[in-house]
Write a protein that binds this ligand. Structure first.
Ligand code: SAH
Ligand code: SF4
Length: 355
């Protein structure tokens, strides 16, 4: 079985020709898939029923998906959804809305997607890492997350404006399906989102960073650094293994050189672990003169027993980086009261609630 939501436009052209249909049928199919919300092949009304039957006979399908759980933050700006594809594939995804400064009032609507069920990287402060690795998601399951929120937004006359690969899992450990999903979501004949509105966040899969730099897709890259040296980083990212902090910095430089797009370094600030003035000074030394941008994420509570530093500490850490000539912002937090913030996505807990 092949899900129609994993078929790239060029592949769709070849498919309709193989089925003995004119090429414009490919555009009709793509239009129906991305502008309407067909749940099954017989919902593709523009397509003659003989062609629908031929698609089914050739093994094409539209996979089922159902909403299992939804939570919205008190201010209504953050929505976390639990989406189920099959018994083993339950994932969380988040919609974050920011009020627009523009007159038309259309909010910035950022979807945060998952790429894996669980994660093999085991970062000690991350809820997804704590649940272990279950499976990779397929491209169609990544695309489905964006389309699901698109449908909800459409009813309000709004649309998805940005996409971040910062949900459950390590996108570059599921490279091919992640890149296929990006191609589908950005292709003008498919979903058509601007490539530069997409950020892929990685814990530092170096081979993946280098491969991504060679792709003809203009996504932004964020590397989760969390520490300026290997001893500290390995405490936080136990699977960092042979990839040293220096290797990551070099990979970021290569990415910038190849693509012209600067990499953002994400840094989860954890009380008493990686938030001292000494560590901040070391980080500033490491990154200065790089044109690097650091995004500080005060740690969100998970079951790991770590906590976030006091606000004063976060601001002091930022100041040291700035004084050291490193561009540094503090992430605006969204949705921590509904456990939808960075590192809080953990479906196994919700599985128990919904059983
Ligand atoms: N696996 C990728 C992308 C998903 S995690 C990565 O690690 O980059 C997205 C971001 O959330 C990462 O920067 C990660 O370090 C951060 N994060 C994870 N757990 C967190 C927590 N408890 N509090 C704050 N940020 C966290
Ligand atoms: Fe995986 Fe990213 Fe969580 Fe680390 S922070 S365990 S890489 S999802």
């Amino acid at each position: 079985m092949t899900d129609l939501y994993r078929v790239l436009p060029e592949e769709m052209d070849a498919l309709v020709i193989k089925l003995g249909q004119p090429r414009y049928r490919a555009d009709q199919l793509l239009h129906a898939l991305y502008q309407e919300s067909p749940k099954k092949i017989s919902d593709l009304h523009q397509i003659p029923s003989a062609m629908q039957d031929a698609l089914v006979a050739a093994g094409y399908t539209i996979g089922p998906k159902s909403e299992v759980h939804r939570v919205t933050s008190e201010d209504g700006h953050t929505t976390k959804l639990l989406l189920k594809f099959d018994e083993e594939t339950l994932i969380e995804m988040v919609l974050m809305q920011y009020r627009s400064s523009k007159e038309d009032g259309h909010p910035r609507s950022t979807v945060c997607v998952s790429t894996q069920v669980g994660c093999p990287m085991g970062c000690v402060f991350c809820a997804t890492g704590q649940m272990g690795f279950e499976k990779n998601l397929k491209a169609e399951e990544i695309v489905a997350q964006v389309l699901y929120f698109t449908q909800i937004l459409r009813q309000r006359g709004e649309h998805v404006t940005n996409l971040v690969f910062m949900g459950m899992g390590e996108p570059l450990a599921n490279y091919d399906e992640t890149v296929r999903a990006v191609r589908l979501l950005t292709h003008p004949r498919a979903f058509g989102l601007g490539q530069r509105s997409i950020t892929i966040s990685t814990v530092g899969v170096i081979s993946g960073i280098d491969k991504l730099a060679d792709e003809d897709i203009q996504v932004k890259l964020a590397i989760s650094l969390h520490a300026p040296n290997d001893v500290l980083r390995k405490k936080l990212v136990p699977t960092a293994g042979p990839n040293s902090v220096e290797d990551l910095i070099l990979a970021a430089k290569r990415y910038f050189k190849k693509t012209g797009r600067r990499v953002t370094f994400e840094y989860a600030l954890i009380d008493g672990m990686n938030d001292s003035n000494k560590v901040a000074t070391e980080l500033a030394q490491l990154l200065k003169g790089n044109g690097a941008h650091v995004n500080l994420i005060p740690m969100n509570p998970t079951a790991g027993g770590f906590s976030r530093p006091a606000r004063k500490r976060v601001l002091a850490f930022q100041q040291i980086l700035r004084d050291g000539g490193v561009n540094c912002t503090i992430r605006v937090e969204k949705g921590s009261e509904i456990s939808a913030a960075c590192g809080q996505l953990r479906t196994d807990v919700i599985k128990n609630i919904t059983r």
